[in-house]
Write a protein that binds this ligand. Structure first.
Ligand code: GCU
Length: 606
Protein backbone atom coordinates (compact mmCIF):
# COMPACT_ATOMS: atom_id res chain seq x y z
CA UNK A 1 0.00 0.00 0.00
CA UNK A 2 1.52 3.39 -1.01
CA UNK A 3 2.84 5.60 1.82
CA UNK A 4 0.25 8.26 0.98
CA UNK A 5 -2.67 5.83 1.10
CA UNK A 6 -1.35 4.19 4.26
CA UNK A 7 -1.04 7.61 5.86
CA UNK A 8 -4.51 8.74 4.70
CA UNK A 9 -6.13 5.51 5.75
CA UNK A 10 -4.47 5.55 9.14
CA UNK A 11 -5.73 9.13 9.58
CA UNK A 12 -9.31 8.00 9.13
CA UNK A 13 -8.66 4.94 11.19
CA UNK A 14 -7.38 7.04 14.09
CA UNK A 15 -10.45 9.28 13.86
CA UNK A 16 -12.63 6.23 13.91
CA UNK A 17 -10.75 4.62 16.80
CA UNK A 18 -10.83 7.88 18.77
CA UNK A 19 -14.54 8.07 18.17
CA UNK A 20 -14.86 5.52 20.93
CA UNK A 21 -13.03 7.63 23.44
CA UNK A 22 -15.69 7.69 26.11
CA UNK A 23 -16.85 11.01 27.50
CA UNK A 24 -20.53 10.77 28.19
CA UNK A 25 -22.22 14.10 28.77
CA UNK A 26 -25.60 14.62 30.36
CA UNK A 27 -28.54 13.96 28.11
CA UNK A 28 -30.44 17.24 28.36
CA UNK A 29 -34.16 17.12 29.01
CA UNK A 30 -36.29 16.97 25.89
CA UNK A 31 -36.75 20.32 24.19
CA UNK A 32 -40.37 21.20 23.37
CA UNK A 33 -41.20 21.72 19.66
CA UNK A 34 -37.64 21.35 18.29
CA UNK A 35 -38.60 21.99 14.66
CA UNK A 36 -39.89 25.45 15.54
CA UNK A 37 -36.40 26.44 16.66
CA UNK A 38 -33.22 27.51 14.87
CA UNK A 39 -31.83 24.25 13.58
CA UNK A 40 -29.43 22.63 11.16
CA UNK A 41 -30.99 19.55 9.63
CA UNK A 42 -28.77 16.49 9.35
CA UNK A 43 -31.37 14.72 7.20
CA UNK A 44 -30.05 13.32 3.93
CA UNK A 45 -27.33 10.86 2.95
CA UNK A 46 -25.19 9.37 5.74
CA UNK A 47 -22.38 6.84 5.38
CA UNK A 48 -23.28 3.47 6.81
CA UNK A 49 -21.38 0.35 7.87
CA UNK A 50 -23.24 -2.91 8.50
CA UNK A 51 -21.72 -4.55 11.58
CA UNK A 52 -23.56 -7.76 12.56
CA UNK A 53 -20.81 -8.83 14.98
CA UNK A 54 -20.36 -5.32 16.49
CA UNK A 55 -16.70 -5.34 15.52
CA UNK A 56 -16.71 -1.57 15.71
CA UNK A 57 -17.60 -1.73 19.36
CA UNK A 58 -15.98 -4.90 20.78
CA UNK A 59 -12.48 -6.23 20.25
CA UNK A 60 -11.75 -9.89 19.60
CA UNK A 61 -11.79 -10.48 23.36
CA UNK A 62 -15.36 -9.08 23.41
CA UNK A 63 -14.17 -6.07 25.42
CA UNK A 64 -16.02 -2.85 24.60
CA UNK A 65 -13.63 -0.33 23.12
CA UNK A 66 -15.34 2.33 25.21
CA UNK A 67 -13.83 0.76 28.33
CA UNK A 68 -10.68 2.71 27.70
CA UNK A 69 -9.60 0.31 25.02
CA UNK A 70 -8.02 3.25 23.21
CA UNK A 71 -7.18 5.35 26.23
CA UNK A 72 -4.22 3.33 27.36
CA UNK A 73 -3.19 1.64 24.18
CA UNK A 74 -1.75 2.99 20.98
CA UNK A 75 -3.95 2.07 18.00
CA UNK A 76 -2.63 -1.14 16.59
CA UNK A 77 -0.76 -0.91 13.32
CA UNK A 78 -3.09 0.23 10.50
CA UNK A 79 -2.60 -3.01 8.60
CA UNK A 80 -4.32 -4.91 11.43
CA UNK A 81 -7.32 -2.57 11.70
CA UNK A 82 -7.78 -1.07 8.27
CA UNK A 83 -11.28 -2.45 7.88
CA UNK A 84 -13.47 0.55 8.54
CA UNK A 85 -13.56 3.72 6.55
CA UNK A 86 -16.67 5.81 6.86
CA UNK A 87 -15.54 8.23 4.17
CA UNK A 88 -15.76 5.59 1.49
CA UNK A 89 -18.62 3.58 2.99
CA UNK A 90 -21.93 3.29 1.12
CA UNK A 91 -24.69 5.82 1.84
CA UNK A 92 -28.13 5.47 3.40
CA UNK A 93 -31.05 7.89 3.74
CA UNK A 94 -31.78 9.48 7.12
CA UNK A 95 -34.58 9.51 8.21
CA UNK A 96 -35.48 6.03 7.10
CA UNK A 97 -35.46 2.48 8.38
CA UNK A 98 -32.65 0.44 6.86
CA UNK A 99 -34.85 -2.61 6.14
CA UNK A 100 -36.69 -0.95 3.23
CA UNK A 101 -33.56 0.69 1.76
CA UNK A 102 -31.43 -2.33 0.93
CA UNK A 103 -32.49 -5.88 0.03
CA UNK A 104 -29.73 -7.33 2.23
CA UNK A 105 -31.13 -5.38 5.22
CA UNK A 106 -34.79 -6.45 4.80
CA UNK A 107 -34.67 -8.89 7.71
CA UNK A 108 -31.50 -7.49 9.31
CA UNK A 109 -31.43 -7.27 13.10
CA UNK A 110 -28.21 -5.99 14.60
CA UNK A 111 -25.88 -2.99 14.52
CA UNK A 112 -25.52 -0.48 11.74
CA UNK A 113 -23.10 2.44 12.05
CA UNK A 114 -24.01 5.87 10.72
CA UNK A 115 -21.54 8.68 9.96
CA UNK A 116 -22.16 12.27 8.87
CA UNK A 117 -19.95 15.33 8.57
CA UNK A 118 -21.62 18.67 9.31
CA UNK A 119 -20.63 22.31 9.55
CA UNK A 120 -21.43 24.64 12.45
CA UNK A 121 -21.06 28.39 12.66
CA UNK A 122 -20.52 28.12 16.41
CA UNK A 123 -21.47 31.19 18.47
CA UNK A 124 -20.13 32.00 21.92
CA UNK A 125 -23.44 32.64 23.67
CA UNK A 126 -25.31 29.70 22.15
CA UNK A 127 -25.80 26.04 23.05
CA UNK A 128 -26.05 23.19 20.54
CA UNK A 129 -28.40 20.26 21.03
CA UNK A 130 -28.09 17.16 18.85
CA UNK A 131 -31.73 15.98 18.57
CA UNK A 132 -33.03 12.63 17.27
CA UNK A 133 -36.75 12.12 16.50
CA UNK A 134 -36.23 8.40 17.13
CA UNK A 135 -33.71 5.59 16.65
CA UNK A 136 -34.87 1.97 16.80
CA UNK A 137 -33.89 0.46 19.12
CA UNK A 138 -30.66 1.36 20.96
CA UNK A 139 -28.40 4.26 19.93
CA UNK A 140 -24.90 5.25 21.05
CA UNK A 141 -23.86 8.69 19.80
CA UNK A 142 -20.35 10.11 19.26
CA UNK A 143 -19.49 13.65 18.15
CA UNK A 144 -15.98 14.55 16.95
CA UNK A 145 -14.62 11.36 18.44
CA UNK A 146 -16.29 11.62 21.85
CA UNK A 147 -19.22 9.63 23.15
CA UNK A 148 -22.00 12.11 24.04
CA UNK A 149 -24.56 9.59 25.26
CA UNK A 150 -26.92 6.74 24.45
CA UNK A 151 -30.66 6.11 24.34
CA UNK A 152 -32.86 3.02 24.54
CA UNK A 153 -36.35 2.92 23.02
CA UNK A 154 -37.34 2.96 19.37
CA UNK A 155 -40.18 5.50 19.11
CA UNK A 156 -39.45 8.56 21.25
CA UNK A 157 -37.10 11.52 20.81
CA UNK A 158 -33.85 12.16 22.62
CA UNK A 159 -31.09 14.77 22.54
CA UNK A 160 -27.62 15.54 23.81
CA UNK A 161 -26.08 18.93 24.58
CA UNK A 162 -22.96 18.84 22.38
CA UNK A 163 -21.77 22.38 23.06
CA UNK A 164 -18.66 21.09 24.83
CA UNK A 165 -17.49 18.94 21.89
CA UNK A 166 -18.86 20.83 18.89
CA UNK A 167 -16.34 22.80 16.90
CA UNK A 168 -16.70 25.88 14.75
CA UNK A 169 -17.02 24.64 11.14
CA UNK A 170 -16.02 20.98 10.65
CA UNK A 171 -17.72 18.33 12.85
CA UNK A 172 -18.69 14.71 12.44
CA UNK A 173 -21.22 12.48 14.18
CA UNK A 174 -21.10 8.68 14.45
CA UNK A 175 -24.13 6.72 15.69
CA UNK A 176 -24.28 3.02 16.52
CA UNK A 177 -27.90 1.82 16.13
CA UNK A 178 -28.80 -1.71 17.19
CA UNK A 179 -32.32 -3.06 16.61
CA UNK A 180 -31.64 -6.50 18.13
CA UNK A 181 -34.68 -7.68 20.08
CA UNK A 182 -34.06 -8.58 23.71
CA UNK A 183 -36.35 -10.09 26.32
CA UNK A 184 -35.87 -7.19 28.77
CA UNK A 185 -36.80 -4.44 26.28
CA UNK A 186 -40.01 -2.43 25.68
CA UNK A 187 -41.37 -4.02 23.48
CA UNK A 188 -39.99 -7.46 24.23
CA UNK A 189 -38.91 -10.04 21.60
CA UNK A 190 -42.36 -10.94 20.23
CA UNK A 191 -44.39 -8.36 18.29
CA UNK A 192 -46.72 -8.47 15.31
CA UNK A 193 -44.98 -5.69 13.41
CA UNK A 194 -41.74 -5.36 11.44
CA UNK A 195 -38.64 -4.56 13.47
CA UNK A 196 -37.66 -1.58 11.31
CA UNK A 197 -34.21 -0.49 12.52
CA UNK A 198 -32.24 2.71 12.23
CA UNK A 199 -32.48 6.47 12.42
CA UNK A 200 -36.15 6.42 11.48
CA UNK A 201 -36.96 10.09 12.17
CA UNK A 202 -35.28 13.47 11.68
CA UNK A 203 -31.86 14.32 13.11
CA UNK A 204 -30.98 17.97 13.72
CA UNK A 205 -28.60 20.27 15.58
CA UNK A 206 -30.70 22.84 17.44
CA UNK A 207 -29.13 26.19 18.29
CA UNK A 208 -30.54 27.79 21.46
CA UNK A 209 -29.46 30.73 23.65
CA UNK A 210 -27.11 29.99 26.54
CA UNK A 211 -30.18 29.77 28.78
CA UNK A 212 -33.37 28.89 26.94
CA UNK A 213 -37.07 28.11 27.25
CA UNK A 214 -36.80 24.33 27.07
CA UNK A 215 -40.38 23.32 27.82
CA UNK A 216 -43.90 24.75 27.80
CA UNK A 217 -47.42 23.39 28.16
CA UNK A 218 -50.80 25.08 27.62
CA UNK A 219 -54.20 23.47 28.13
CA UNK A 220 -57.77 24.39 29.00
CA UNK A 221 -58.80 23.70 32.57
CA UNK A 222 -62.17 21.91 32.31
CA UNK A 223 -63.27 23.28 35.69
CA UNK A 224 -62.22 26.93 35.57
CA UNK A 225 -62.28 27.36 31.76
CA UNK A 226 -58.96 29.17 32.07
CA UNK A 227 -55.88 28.46 29.94
CA UNK A 228 -53.38 26.94 32.34
CA UNK A 229 -49.84 25.89 31.72
CA UNK A 230 -46.23 25.72 32.70
CA UNK A 231 -42.91 27.07 31.49
CA UNK A 232 -39.44 25.70 32.12
CA UNK A 233 -36.01 27.21 31.52
CA UNK A 234 -32.80 25.27 30.98
CA UNK A 235 -29.31 26.37 31.90
CA UNK A 236 -30.69 29.56 33.52
CA UNK A 237 -28.49 31.17 36.15
CA UNK A 238 -31.29 33.50 37.30
CA UNK A 239 -35.08 33.90 37.02
CA UNK A 240 -36.24 35.12 33.62
CA UNK A 241 -39.21 36.73 31.89
CA UNK A 242 -41.03 34.87 29.14
CA UNK A 243 -43.31 36.66 26.69
CA UNK A 244 -46.48 34.72 25.84
CA UNK A 245 -48.68 36.03 23.02
CA UNK A 246 -51.87 34.48 21.64
CA UNK A 247 -52.88 37.17 19.10
CA UNK A 248 -56.39 35.87 18.31
CA UNK A 249 -57.26 35.88 22.01
CA UNK A 250 -55.68 39.29 22.57
CA UNK A 251 -53.37 37.73 25.15
CA UNK A 252 -49.96 39.35 25.70
CA UNK A 253 -48.33 38.32 28.96
CA UNK A 254 -44.88 38.60 30.45
CA UNK A 255 -44.46 35.71 32.84
CA UNK A 256 -41.71 35.60 35.46
CA UNK A 257 -40.12 32.15 35.32
CA UNK A 258 -37.86 30.80 38.03
CA UNK A 259 -34.41 29.66 37.03
CA UNK A 260 -34.97 26.08 38.13
CA UNK A 261 -38.02 23.90 37.89
CA UNK A 262 -41.41 24.64 36.38
CA UNK A 263 -43.36 27.89 36.65
CA UNK A 264 -47.13 27.48 36.38
CA UNK A 265 -49.52 30.15 35.10
CA UNK A 266 -53.24 30.68 34.47
CA UNK A 267 -54.89 33.05 32.00
CA UNK A 268 -58.59 33.78 31.77
CA UNK A 269 -59.74 33.29 28.19
CA UNK A 270 -62.69 32.03 26.14
CA UNK A 271 -61.05 30.21 23.23
CA UNK A 272 -63.11 28.59 20.49
CA UNK A 273 -62.94 24.92 21.41
CA UNK A 274 -61.05 22.39 19.32
CA UNK A 275 -63.19 19.54 18.00
CA UNK A 276 -63.06 17.21 14.98
CA UNK A 277 -65.76 19.14 13.13
CA UNK A 278 -63.92 22.41 13.77
CA UNK A 279 -60.27 21.75 14.76
CA UNK A 280 -59.59 25.33 15.84
CA UNK A 281 -55.93 26.00 16.74
CA UNK A 282 -54.41 29.24 18.02
CA UNK A 283 -51.01 30.65 17.12
CA UNK A 284 -49.01 30.77 20.34
CA UNK A 285 -45.81 32.86 20.35
CA UNK A 286 -43.28 32.38 23.14
CA UNK A 287 -40.11 34.46 23.48
CA UNK A 288 -37.18 34.28 25.85
CA UNK A 289 -33.57 35.46 25.74
CA UNK A 290 -33.63 36.29 22.04
CA UNK A 291 -35.39 33.11 20.89
CA UNK A 292 -38.99 33.12 19.56
CA UNK A 293 -40.98 29.88 19.25
CA UNK A 294 -44.32 29.57 17.45
CA UNK A 295 -46.79 26.75 17.99
CA UNK A 296 -50.39 26.02 16.91
CA UNK A 297 -52.37 24.81 19.91
CA UNK A 298 -56.00 23.72 20.19
CA UNK A 299 -57.96 24.05 23.41
CA UNK A 300 -60.52 21.45 24.44
CA UNK A 301 -61.59 19.35 27.39
CA UNK A 302 -61.97 15.56 27.59
CA UNK A 303 -63.56 13.70 30.46
CA UNK A 304 -65.37 10.52 31.39
CA UNK A 305 -68.70 10.77 33.17
CA UNK A 306 -70.21 7.41 34.08
CA UNK A 307 -70.08 5.44 30.85
CA UNK A 308 -69.92 8.53 28.61
CA UNK A 309 -66.85 10.14 27.04
CA UNK A 310 -67.35 13.93 27.02
CA UNK A 311 -65.49 16.15 24.55
CA UNK A 312 -65.99 19.80 25.61
CA UNK A 313 -68.76 18.57 27.89
CA UNK A 314 -70.69 16.75 25.14
CA UNK A 315 -71.00 12.93 24.77
CA UNK A 316 -69.01 11.71 21.78
CA UNK A 317 -68.75 8.42 19.85
CA UNK A 318 -65.25 7.68 18.56
CA UNK A 319 -65.48 6.47 14.93
CA UNK A 320 -61.96 5.20 14.67
CA UNK A 321 -59.41 3.03 12.93
CA UNK A 322 -56.08 1.57 14.07
CA UNK A 323 -52.97 2.66 12.18
CA UNK A 324 -49.38 1.37 12.23
CA UNK A 325 -46.61 3.86 11.39
CA UNK A 326 -45.92 2.42 7.98
CA UNK A 327 -45.55 4.28 4.70
CA UNK A 328 -48.73 4.41 2.61
CA UNK A 329 -46.50 4.27 -0.46
CA UNK A 330 -45.22 0.70 -0.01
CA UNK A 331 -43.33 -0.36 3.11
CA UNK A 332 -40.96 1.05 5.66
CA UNK A 333 -41.46 3.46 8.52
CA UNK A 334 -43.64 6.49 7.75
CA UNK A 335 -42.11 9.82 8.79
CA UNK A 336 -42.84 12.50 6.17
CA UNK A 337 -45.68 15.00 6.07
CA UNK A 338 -46.91 13.30 2.87
CA UNK A 339 -47.01 9.96 4.73
CA UNK A 340 -49.03 11.43 7.58
CA UNK A 341 -51.44 13.36 5.37
CA UNK A 342 -52.08 10.31 3.18
CA UNK A 343 -52.76 7.96 6.10
CA UNK A 344 -55.05 10.45 7.82
CA UNK A 345 -56.83 11.34 4.57
CA UNK A 346 -57.60 7.62 4.17
CA UNK A 347 -59.01 7.67 7.71
CA UNK A 348 -61.10 10.76 6.87
CA UNK A 349 -62.50 9.04 3.75
CA UNK A 350 -63.57 6.16 6.00
CA UNK A 351 -65.61 8.65 8.07
CA UNK A 352 -63.32 8.59 11.13
CA UNK A 353 -63.06 11.24 13.85
CA UNK A 354 -60.60 9.11 15.86
CA UNK A 355 -57.41 7.12 15.23
CA UNK A 356 -55.53 4.61 17.37
CA UNK A 357 -51.86 5.19 16.60
CA UNK A 358 -50.61 1.68 17.39
CA UNK A 359 -48.50 0.27 19.05
CA UNK A 360 -45.95 2.96 19.89
CA UNK A 361 -45.72 6.78 19.73
CA UNK A 362 -45.88 7.84 16.06
CA UNK A 363 -43.73 10.64 14.62
CA UNK A 364 -44.38 14.19 15.80
CA UNK A 365 -45.61 15.29 12.34
CA UNK A 366 -48.48 12.77 12.50
CA UNK A 367 -49.82 14.36 15.69
CA UNK A 368 -49.57 17.89 14.31
CA UNK A 369 -51.53 16.80 11.22
CA UNK A 370 -54.12 15.08 13.45
CA UNK A 371 -54.49 18.41 15.32
CA UNK A 372 -54.97 20.20 12.00
CA UNK A 373 -57.31 17.70 10.32
CA UNK A 374 -59.46 17.13 13.42
CA UNK A 375 -58.80 13.59 14.67
CA UNK A 376 -58.98 12.57 18.29
CA UNK A 377 -56.03 10.28 19.01
CA UNK A 378 -55.28 7.21 21.14
CA UNK A 379 -51.51 7.30 21.66
CA UNK A 380 -49.63 4.39 23.23
CA UNK A 381 -46.29 3.03 24.39
CA UNK A 382 -45.24 -0.48 23.24
CA UNK A 383 -45.88 -2.34 26.52
CA UNK A 384 -47.03 -5.17 24.31
CA UNK A 385 -47.83 -8.84 25.13
CA UNK A 386 -45.32 -10.61 27.39
CA UNK A 387 -43.16 -7.80 28.77
CA UNK A 388 -41.05 -8.74 31.83
CA UNK A 389 -43.44 -7.23 34.37
CA UNK A 390 -41.53 -8.51 37.38
CA UNK A 391 -38.30 -6.69 36.37
CA UNK A 392 -37.83 -3.19 37.83
CA UNK A 393 -35.28 -2.22 35.16
CA UNK A 394 -37.91 -3.03 32.53
CA UNK A 395 -40.45 -0.90 34.40
CA UNK A 396 -37.96 2.00 34.27
CA UNK A 397 -37.75 1.62 30.48
CA UNK A 398 -41.54 1.71 30.16
CA UNK A 399 -41.76 4.76 32.39
CA UNK A 400 -39.00 6.50 30.40
CA UNK A 401 -40.87 5.93 27.12
CA UNK A 402 -44.16 7.08 28.70
CA UNK A 403 -42.47 10.24 29.99
CA UNK A 404 -40.84 10.98 26.63
CA UNK A 405 -44.15 10.44 24.79
CA UNK A 406 -46.10 12.76 27.12
CA UNK A 407 -43.30 15.33 27.23
CA UNK A 408 -43.20 15.53 23.43
CA UNK A 409 -46.96 15.58 22.73
CA UNK A 410 -48.61 17.25 25.74
CA UNK A 411 -49.55 20.30 23.62
CA UNK A 412 -51.41 18.27 21.00
CA UNK A 413 -55.18 18.78 21.41
CA UNK A 414 -55.85 15.73 19.22
CA UNK A 415 -54.47 13.32 21.81
CA UNK A 416 -57.36 12.53 24.17
CA UNK A 417 -56.02 9.36 25.77
CA UNK A 418 -52.76 7.63 26.64
CA UNK A 419 -52.68 3.83 26.49
CA UNK A 420 -50.22 2.00 28.72
CA UNK A 421 -50.51 -1.57 27.41
CA UNK A 422 -51.71 -3.90 24.67
CA UNK A 423 -52.90 -7.46 25.28
CA UNK A 424 -50.81 -8.09 28.39
CA UNK A 425 -51.40 -11.38 30.26
CA UNK A 426 -53.10 -11.13 33.67
CA UNK A 427 -50.75 -11.46 36.68
CA UNK A 428 -50.07 -9.66 39.95
CA UNK A 429 -46.74 -8.39 38.60
CA UNK A 430 -48.51 -6.98 35.53
CA UNK A 431 -51.11 -5.19 37.64
CA UNK A 432 -48.39 -3.72 39.87
CA UNK A 433 -46.33 -2.63 36.83
CA UNK A 434 -49.26 -1.10 34.92
CA UNK A 435 -51.04 0.53 37.87
CA UNK A 436 -47.74 2.27 38.69
CA UNK A 437 -47.38 3.35 35.06
CA UNK A 438 -50.95 4.71 35.07
CA UNK A 439 -50.25 6.66 38.23
CA UNK A 440 -47.19 8.16 36.55
CA UNK A 441 -49.22 9.09 33.46
CA UNK A 442 -51.80 10.88 35.60
CA UNK A 443 -49.02 12.70 37.46
CA UNK A 444 -47.44 13.83 34.19
CA UNK A 445 -50.71 14.82 32.50
CA UNK A 446 -54.02 15.46 34.28
CA UNK A 447 -55.59 16.63 30.99
CA UNK A 448 -56.08 13.30 29.32
CA UNK A 449 -57.76 9.97 29.86
CA UNK A 450 -55.99 6.67 30.45
CA UNK A 451 -56.78 3.43 28.66
CA UNK A 452 -55.29 0.03 27.75
CA UNK A 453 -56.22 -2.60 25.15
CA UNK A 454 -57.15 -5.89 26.84
CA UNK A 455 -57.79 -9.34 25.38
CA UNK A 456 -58.34 -11.31 28.58
CA UNK A 457 -62.12 -11.40 28.77
CA UNK A 458 -63.77 -14.49 30.29
CA UNK A 459 -66.44 -16.49 28.52
CA UNK A 460 -69.98 -16.02 29.80
CA UNK A 461 -73.15 -17.91 29.00
CA UNK A 462 -74.33 -15.39 26.40
CA UNK A 463 -70.92 -14.21 25.25
CA UNK A 464 -68.07 -12.48 27.06
CA UNK A 465 -67.40 -11.01 30.51
CA UNK A 466 -65.06 -8.04 30.93
CA UNK A 467 -63.33 -8.96 34.18
CA UNK A 468 -59.67 -8.02 33.63
CA UNK A 469 -58.49 -6.45 36.94
CA UNK A 470 -56.61 -3.83 34.91
CA UNK A 471 -60.00 -2.30 33.97
CA UNK A 472 -60.23 -0.95 37.51
CA UNK A 473 -57.31 1.45 36.92
CA UNK A 474 -58.21 2.93 33.51
CA UNK A 475 -60.79 5.56 32.53
CA UNK A 476 -61.73 3.78 29.30
CA UNK A 477 -61.65 -0.01 28.75
CA UNK A 478 -60.10 -1.10 25.45
CA UNK A 479 -61.28 -4.49 24.19
CA UNK A 480 -59.42 -6.48 21.55
CA UNK A 481 -61.67 -9.27 20.27
CA UNK A 482 -61.58 -11.11 16.95
CA UNK A 483 -64.95 -12.81 16.77
CA UNK A 484 -65.13 -14.54 13.38
CA UNK A 485 -61.35 -14.73 12.98
CA UNK A 486 -59.49 -16.11 16.00
CA UNK A 487 -62.69 -17.49 17.55
CA UNK A 488 -66.26 -18.35 16.55
CA UNK A 489 -67.80 -18.44 13.10
CA UNK A 490 -68.64 -14.95 11.75
CA UNK A 491 -72.40 -15.64 11.84
CA UNK A 492 -72.22 -16.27 15.63
CA UNK A 493 -70.79 -12.81 16.37
CA UNK A 494 -74.04 -10.86 16.00
CA UNK A 495 -75.52 -12.76 18.96
CA UNK A 496 -72.47 -12.31 21.19
CA UNK A 497 -73.27 -10.23 24.27
CA UNK A 498 -70.73 -8.32 26.31
CA UNK A 499 -71.07 -8.08 30.09
CA UNK A 500 -68.80 -5.98 32.29
CA UNK A 501 -67.82 -5.77 35.93
CA UNK A 502 -67.10 -2.09 35.34
CA UNK A 503 -69.40 0.88 34.70
CA UNK A 504 -66.93 2.54 32.32
CA UNK A 505 -66.91 3.47 28.61
CA UNK A 506 -65.67 0.72 26.28
CA UNK A 507 -63.74 1.11 23.03
CA UNK A 508 -63.56 -1.93 20.77
CA UNK A 509 -59.85 -1.30 20.23
CA UNK A 510 -59.38 -4.22 17.85
CA UNK A 511 -61.66 -6.42 15.74
CA UNK A 512 -61.35 -7.59 12.14
CA UNK A 513 -60.13 -10.31 9.79
CA UNK A 514 -57.54 -10.87 7.07
CA UNK A 515 -58.13 -10.68 3.31
CA UNK A 516 -55.89 -10.49 0.29
CA UNK A 517 -57.01 -7.52 -1.80
CA UNK A 518 -58.48 -8.78 -5.08
CA UNK A 519 -59.03 -12.35 -3.85
CA UNK A 520 -62.73 -13.15 -4.25
CA UNK A 521 -64.91 -16.15 -3.42
CA UNK A 522 -67.66 -17.29 -1.09
CA UNK A 523 -68.05 -15.52 2.25
CA UNK A 524 -67.07 -18.71 4.02
CA UNK A 525 -63.70 -18.84 2.21
CA UNK A 526 -60.95 -17.46 4.40
CA UNK A 527 -58.68 -14.76 2.91
CA UNK A 528 -61.33 -13.60 0.45
CA UNK A 529 -62.60 -10.03 0.60
CA UNK A 530 -66.08 -11.51 1.01
CA UNK A 531 -65.04 -13.33 4.19
CA UNK A 532 -63.51 -10.18 5.73
CA UNK A 533 -66.58 -8.15 4.78
CA UNK A 534 -68.88 -10.76 6.38
CA UNK A 535 -66.86 -10.64 9.63
CA UNK A 536 -67.28 -6.84 9.72
CA UNK A 537 -71.04 -7.07 9.11
CA UNK A 538 -71.60 -9.50 11.99
CA UNK A 539 -69.27 -7.64 14.36
CA UNK A 540 -71.08 -4.38 13.64
CA UNK A 541 -74.35 -6.08 14.59
CA UNK A 542 -72.65 -7.31 17.77
CA UNK A 543 -71.37 -3.82 18.64
CA UNK A 544 -74.84 -2.33 18.23
CA UNK A 545 -75.74 -4.43 21.28
CA UNK A 546 -72.96 -3.09 23.52
CA UNK A 547 -74.72 -0.42 25.64
CA UNK A 548 -71.49 1.13 26.99
CA UNK A 549 -69.57 1.04 23.69
CA UNK A 550 -68.26 4.57 23.01
CA UNK A 551 -65.76 3.93 20.22
CA UNK A 552 -64.28 1.48 17.70
CA UNK A 553 -60.80 1.23 16.20
CA UNK A 554 -60.95 -1.84 13.92
CA UNK A 555 -57.68 -3.57 13.12
CA UNK A 556 -56.45 -2.01 10.79
CA UNK A 557 -56.37 0.78 8.16
CA UNK A 558 -53.88 -0.89 5.79
CA UNK A 559 -51.97 -4.15 5.44
CA UNK A 560 -48.60 -3.92 7.23
CA UNK A 561 -45.35 -5.85 7.39
CA UNK A 562 -45.01 -8.54 10.07
CA UNK A 563 -42.46 -11.36 10.53
CA UNK A 564 -45.30 -13.41 12.05
CA UNK A 565 -47.25 -13.59 8.75
CA UNK A 566 -45.28 -15.88 6.38
CA UNK A 567 -48.12 -17.61 4.48
CA UNK A 568 -46.81 -17.71 0.90
CA UNK A 569 -48.90 -16.06 -1.84
CA UNK A 570 -51.40 -14.71 0.71
CA UNK A 571 -49.40 -12.93 3.44
CA UNK A 572 -45.74 -12.96 2.27
CA UNK A 573 -44.79 -11.21 5.52
CA UNK A 574 -47.78 -8.85 5.34
CA UNK A 575 -50.49 -8.83 8.01
CA UNK A 576 -53.57 -8.77 5.75
CA UNK A 577 -56.15 -7.35 8.20
CA UNK A 578 -56.04 -3.97 6.47
CA UNK A 579 -59.22 -2.46 5.05
CA UNK A 580 -56.77 -1.26 2.40
CA UNK A 581 -53.99 -3.20 0.73
CA UNK A 582 -50.40 -2.09 1.35
CA UNK A 583 -50.76 0.29 -1.59
CA UNK A 584 -54.13 1.72 -0.55
CA UNK A 585 -56.48 -0.50 -2.61
CA UNK A 586 -59.88 -0.64 -0.89
CA UNK A 587 -61.27 -4.05 0.09
CA UNK A 588 -65.04 -4.75 0.37
CA UNK A 589 -64.93 -4.43 4.17
CA UNK A 590 -63.81 -0.81 3.77
CA UNK A 591 -67.26 0.06 2.45
CA UNK A 592 -69.00 -1.89 5.25
CA UNK A 593 -67.22 0.15 7.93
CA UNK A 594 -67.60 3.41 5.99
CA UNK A 595 -71.41 2.88 5.79
CA UNK A 596 -71.57 2.03 9.51
CA UNK A 597 -69.75 5.26 10.39
CA UNK A 598 -71.97 7.28 8.07
CA UNK A 599 -75.06 5.94 9.86
CA UNK A 600 -73.58 6.83 13.27
CA UNK A 601 -72.56 10.31 12.13
CA UNK A 602 -76.07 10.94 10.81
CA UNK A 603 -77.57 9.85 14.15
CA UNK A 604 -75.16 12.18 15.99
CA UNK A 605 -76.30 15.08 13.82
CA UNK A 606 -79.99 14.48 14.58
C1 GCU B 1 -53.47 -8.41 18.21
C2 GCU B 1 -52.41 -7.33 18.35
C3 GCU B 1 -52.03 -6.72 17.02
C4 GCU B 1 -51.95 -7.80 15.97
C5 GCU B 1 -53.36 -8.32 15.76
C6 GCU B 1 -53.39 -9.45 14.74
O1 GCU B 1 -54.63 -8.00 18.76
O2 GCU B 1 -52.77 -6.30 19.24
O3 GCU B 1 -50.76 -6.08 17.18
O4 GCU B 1 -51.42 -7.30 14.76
O5 GCU B 1 -53.89 -8.85 16.97
O6 GCU B 1 -53.42 -10.60 15.18
O7 GCU B 1 -53.37 -9.15 13.55
Amino acid sequence: MSDFRLCRTSFFLIIFLLSFYSHSSDTSELIQNPHARSLISLNGKWNRIIDPYENGYYNHRYEAHTNGYFKNRKPQTPSELVEYNFETAKKIDVPGDWNSQEEQLFLYEGTLWYHKRFELNKQQNKRYLLHFGAANYHAIVYVNGEKVGEHEGGFTPFQFDITHVAKNRENFVVVKVDNSRKRDQIPTVNTDWWNYGGLTRSVSVIEVPESYLSDYHLALNSTTGAIEGSLKLSNAQKDGKVSLIIPELHIEKTIKVKANGETKFSINAKPELWRPENPKRYKVILSFNGETIEDAIGFRTIEVKGTEILLNGEPVFLRGISIHEESPFGAGRAWTEADGRTLLTWAKELGCNFVRLAHYPHNEMMLKIADEMGFMVWSEIPVYWTVMFEDQAVYAKAQQQLTEMISRDKNRASIVMWSVANETPVSDARISFLSRLIEKARELDSNRLITAAMDTQSNAKNGKLIDDPLAKYVDIIGINSYCGWYSDAPANCANLRWNSHYEKPIIMSEMGAGALAGLHGEKNEIWTEEYQSDVYKHNIEMMKNMPTLRGVTPWILKDFRSPRRPLDDIQDFWNRKGLLSETGQRKQAWYVLRDFYRSIAQQDQR
